[in-house]
Each structure stands twice: as C-alpha cells, then as structure tokens.
Design a protein around this ligand. Sequence first.
Ligand SMILES: Nc1ncnc2c1ncn2[C@@H]1O[C@H](COP(=O)(O)OP(=O)(O)OP(=O)(O)O)[C@@H](O)[C@H]1O
Length: 358
Amino acid sequence: MAQIKLSNLKHSYYPNPQGPEDYALKEIDVTWRDGGAYALLGPSGCGKSTLLNIISGLLMPSEGRILFGDSDVTALPPDQRNIAQVFQFPVIYDTMSVRENLAFPLKNRGAAPDKIASRVQEIAEMLDVVEMLDTRAAGLSPDNKQKISMGRGLVRDDVNVVMFDEPLTVIDPHLKWKLRSKLKELHQRVQATMIYVTHDQTEALTFADEVVVMQEGEVVQIGTPVDLFERPQHTFVGHFIGSPGMNVLPCQATGDHAMFEGHEVALEGPVTGDGGTLTLGVRPEHVAIGESGVPAHVTKVSDVGRHFIVEAMVGQTPLKAVLDHGAPEQGSEVRLSFDAAKTRVYRDGWIATQERGA
Ligand SMILES: Nc1ncnc2c1ncn2[C@@H]1O[C@H](COP(=O)(O)OP(=O)(O)OP(=O)(O)O)[C@@H](O)[C@H]1O
C-alpha cells in the first residue's frame, strides 16, 4: 500500500488547448493517505473517469505527476503500477468456479498455494460468499458476480491502491445499501488505500473517510462527510450534497450581515474580499419557523417521513426549510430565521465569510 500524491495534474484531450474550457482536468493537487478510504464525487462529465484513468496509467496527463509513496509512476504503464480495479460491470471468468476466480490475481502473481487458499477463504468470508466457492461463476446473479469482482479486487494484499469505478451500478436497488455498508466494513478489515468513484452522494458519504468533490475538472472541496455538510466551501458542494441541497440566495453583504430580499440576516462572521457576485448559503436544516425573522409565504409542505420539507417564497426568491415538527399550513404567512453560525456568504461560488474565532 502507498500514499498517493497527484501533483499539479492537468489534462486536456485536445492537442493544443487554448483556455481552461479545453481542460477535462484543470489543476488537481491531492494527497491520499496510505490506507485511507476516499471517494471521488461529482456529476457526469466532471472528470472522474479521466482522473481514474490517469491514476491507473491508461491515460498520460498533459501536465503534472503521480507519485505512489516516493516513486514517480507518471510514465509507468498500468501493469507496472500494481493497482487493483473494480469496474461498473463484473469482470470475471464465467467458465471458472468462484474459488478459481478469487484465486486468479494471486495465482497470476505466483503466490504459494497455501497462501492462495487461506486468502481466498478470508475474502470469501468477508463477502459472505463461502457457500458459492465451488459454484461455476456463469450461473451467478449479476449482484453475486459483482461481489466476486470486488473480491478479486481485494484479494491481493500487496497492491498500491484499490479503485472502484461506480461499482454498484449493476446491483439491485434493494441490495445496494447492503453492499455499501459491506464495502465500508471491508475497508476497515483490509486496510488498503481505496478510491471509490461515484456520482451518488449516499455511496460516497457512506464509504469514504474523506470525499473529494469535483466540478468541471476542478476539486471544489476535500473533506469528511461532516465537513461537506457543515461548512461547504463552494455553493456547488452545498447544493450537490444534502437532500434537499443548501439554499443559495441572492444577497448583498457588509460586515457580518447580509441583506436578503430587503431583510438583514446575521452571518457566521465577517465577509472577506470584494467584487464578484454574492450569494447567501444556508442549509434547509438551519432554517427555522418562529415569531421573528424574514416574512415568507408557504407554497408547499411535504411530509417525507422523518421530517417535513417546507417550500416558501421570500419576496421573489424561493427557499426550503427542513422541520422535524410543527410544519405550517400550505398558503400561510410565516417568519423564517436562519441559524447565524451556519449562514454564510459566497463570492462567485466560493465561501467568503470567516468563521468567528477562526
Ligand atoms: N476521449 C475523450 N475525448 C475528448 N473529450 C473527452 C474524452 N473523454 C472524456 N472527455 C471529456 O472530458 C470531460 C470529463 O469527462 P469524464 O468522463 O472524465 O467525466 P466523468 O465525471 O467520469 O463523467 P461520467 O460519470 O459520465 O463518466 C467531459 O467534458 C468529457 O466530455
């Protein structure tokens, strides 16, 4: 296993890129700790596959370096990078048994038969597939085939990194949550560096110790699931993570307060910088209904089981609140207050308030 460092990586699919818009990856600088569980999260087209292909060696970056520990692997082909990959669709040999499939990566590397037998048994136990070991892979369900594919990715204990590319795509929705938590458990037991690529926030937040959020070829935030929820560094993170996402509202700001639809709103701390377009960011969970605050007209109330989602208009601007109880009537006039410690201003999308005391 190894620490992975991506240093000043840039990639363009064009031979003569003219500007930032010609780059699939704009400038990536990240270090992944040895043994950590990471997710690369972002919408389709943000550059996740490009980055994965650069790490695995299928693609040579236009600029920058990839280091595994102290070795620069930028120029090495995939077979010399010592990586295990699990893809969207199962990669297994139908004619072999489950046992032979799991043993294959070890056998290929010339591991001793007793080591192969014990490691295959160990991985099969972790994945709950012991009873299938002597079944031919051809007869397995797609879910089980993908489980075996994962097992093949995890069976070697000498790889630099295990990379998962949207591995739950073929899994039945009702089994997804099971495998999501299984993968987390596997990481804790296997202790390998793992990178999990997905556009699904639940998968990323369940699996990873740290999530790398990407948008249009850029990393917009790297943080724990709590960091991403509690203090989004960019409105994209606020909106992409959470359900519903963060309210992003037009505003002006001075000192430590903002003006929103003609009402003063207290912020977490003083506004920094100047110029650009300002927006106010507050998560629906941090909007309350009470006696005082910004007047609003309730347009919709949805009971989603664990809480209510209240949609309201403040002047011309729609926003959402999440309430555990005490939901107002649709059509009623209410007052909304924002939790000041969780209310921030963003300048051109990037956070522009200082945390009090920071
Ligand atoms: N071979 C290619 N030639 C030219 N442009 C490409 C090529 N592959 C990807 N791109 C472009 O690079 C950008 C990033 O694509 P990439 O496939 O890395 O994103 P992604 O986040 O993995 O999306 P998805 O989840 O849909 O695969 C996109 O704008 C895409 O159109």
